[in-house]
Design a binder for this molecule. Structure first.
Ligand code: ADP
Ligand code: NI
Length: 223
């Protein structure tokens, strides 16, 4: 892992302040603390990888800066906002291009859609973000997102769908429980790094136990 220089550290600190000010009040699970945890998860995973820390930290901090989920499905809003910020910070074009490429490709895009990450730094940030979708925090975020978007908790008459394209995935507005089958339970086997995979295994089990209990409580009357 390459440590950032003093001037790079100042840019990281300024970026953290900027992102915090932009995302502080969000109630959909995409608030500053989500970004902070992705940042910390990325640093944790980087310890066993030979990654460029400056790129990893900037990409983790900026990964949800203008997420398509909150910009009418516009996937270019995130990389555009990241580029605008970084170009004001005296960051060189190679780093800007690398960070924006990670921001553009980090998101899950549907069960049937491959989302390969080209660089090691991208793989780390994607794993760090995916860990946030599973385990206890993943469960909390899923229902927070559903509440913010007006979704039902569960509807047994509305089954999950494994979306074959990003367009179909974008359009969905199903109950939050469906999201477990459409995304969350698929993440463990899509982790990029060994450290990410080991953490994902524990968090995956939390999802399975939660779903068993949820369905048992739901079905109490039908035995
Ligand atoms: P990604 O970029 O991979 O989508 P995010 O950090 O933006 O990752 O977080 C996405 C999180 O938002 C999901 O893990 C989930 O908790 C929540 N979410 C997204 N879509 C839905 C949905 N349709 N129903 C419930 N939760 C959702
Ligand atoms: Ni995220």
């Amino acid at each position: 892992m390459t440590d950032p220089s003093e001037s790079q550290q100042q840019i990281i600190d300024r970026t953290a302040e900027f992102v915090r000010s932009q995302m502080e009040g969000d109630s959909s699970g995409h608030d500053w603390w989500h970004v902070w945890r992705v940042w910390q998860n990325s640093l944790f995973i980087s310890r066993s990888e030979h990654a460029d820390r400056f790129v990893t930290e900037l990409a983790a901090l900026l990964h949800d800066i203008a997420d398509w989920k909150f910009h009418d499905g516009d996937e270019s809003a995130g990389p555009r906002a990241a580029r605008l910020w970084l170009s004001e910070q005296d960051v060189n074009e190679t780093v800007i291009e690398h960070v924006c490429n990670i921001v553009a490709t980090v998101s899950f895009k549907g069960a049937g859609v491959d989302t390969p990450m080209e660089s090691l730094e991208g793989k780390i940030v994607q794993d760090a973000d995916r860990l946030e979708a599973i385990g206890a925090i993943g469960i909390a975020r899923c229902f927070a997102f559903g509440g913010a978007k007006g979704s039902l908790l569960h509807d047994p008459e509305d089954p999950p769908e494994l979306h074959a394209s990003f367009e179909d995935y974008k359009k969905k507005s199903g109950p939050s429980i469906n999201h477990f089958y459409e995304k969350l339970l698929l993440l463990k086997d899509r982790m990029n790094t060994e450290t990410g995979f080991q953490l994902a295994k524990q968090r995956h089990k939390v999802l399975e136990d939660f779903l068993d209990q949820f369905h048992a409580e739901w079905n109490i009357a039908s035995g």
